[in-house]
Design a protein around this ligand. Structure first.
Ligand SMILES: Cc1cc2nc3c(=O)[nH]c(=O)nc-3n(C[C@H](O)[C@H](O)[C@H](O)COP(=O)(O)O)c2cc1C
Length: 135
């Protein structure tokens, strides 16, 4: 079973989450700009992206990437995570709905969010998510 964690992060907060998820999952870790593989080669994938724009995915790299793999998520076990600032997690709720509509099997049924720099509790939640991703 191959597992990947693919993320975008502008100021490192989602990257810290990604590293914790990947370490606990024993997953291959990719910044989205470096991912050149085929998503079909991975049974399980965690995607990470912070709230950007106005409650949106980051538009220049992550959004085009996710739009490109969305059609391959049906039946795949995935997790979504990311950091946010002043909002209430709206970007993640929209993203989860989008992934579910694509037919993905969401771990926990919802995304994992952390406010700005993930604290110890948030990092522990990331590790727990990684452990579920690995099962
Ligand atoms: C251009 C820009 C747009 C943002 N838009 C939102 C937003 O719509 N809602 C929100 O809660 N936070 C927003 N934020 C805050 C970031 O989501 C937050 O700082 C997050 O921790 C950044 O994660 P990163 O370090 O992985 O890039 C925005 C930040 C930037 C720079």
């Amino acid at each position: 079973m191959k597992t990947a964690v693919i993320y975008w992060s502008g100021s490192g907060n989602t990257q810290a989450m990604a590293e914790a998820v990947a370490e606990a999952a024993g997953a291959d870790l990719f910044n989205v700009s470096e991912f050149s593989g085929n998503i079909d080669d991975y049974d399980r994938v965690a995607f990470g992206c912070p709230a950007m724009g106005a409650e949106e995915l980051e538009e220049s790299e992550f959004e085009p990437f996710f739009a490109g793999v969305e059609g391959k998520l049906s039946g795949k076990t995935i997790a979504l995570f990311g950091s946010y600032g002043w909002g209430d997690g709206e970007w993640m709720r929209s993203w989860v709905e989008r992934a579910k509509a694509a037919g993905a099997e969401m771990i926990d049924g919802e995304g994992l969010i952390a406010n700005e720099t993930p604290d110890d509790e948030a990092l522990e939640n990331c590790r727990a998510l990684g452990e579920k991703l690995a099962k």
